[in-house]
Design a protein around this ligand. Structure first.
Ligand code: SF4
Ligand code: SF4
Length: 74
């Protein structure tokens, strides 16, 4: 199994929500907080990310970086 996580460049996000629609794990949500451009930005809402990279591919502003690591056997 692959476990993933993402880092969002919050000040680049424009709240288009394309990444939320593209995520097969339903692990993204809009933050109630605003970035420097006064947009709500995307954040992880749980730890079910598999690192599939869909969110990073669809983001028109390349605001998401995906990291993957093998899940431990334990
Ligand atoms: S890498 Fe895949 S599973 Fe993880 S947040 Fe992005 S779309 Fe969702
Ligand atoms: S696709 Fe990119 S710009 Fe759009 S909401 Fe997601 S992180 Fe923000």
């Amino acid at each position: 199994m692959i476990r993933g996580t993402i880092i969002v460049a919050t000040d680049i996000c424009k709240a288009c929500e394309l990444c939320i629609t593209a995520c097969p794990q339903d692990c993204l949500e809009m933050s109630p907080n605003l970035n420097v451009k006064s947009y709500h930005y995307v954040q992880l809402k749980n730890d079910t990310c598999t690192g599939c990279v869909n969110c990073a591919i669809v983001c028109p502003d390349s605001a998401i970086t995906v990291y993957r690591q093998a899940k431990s056997a334990t």
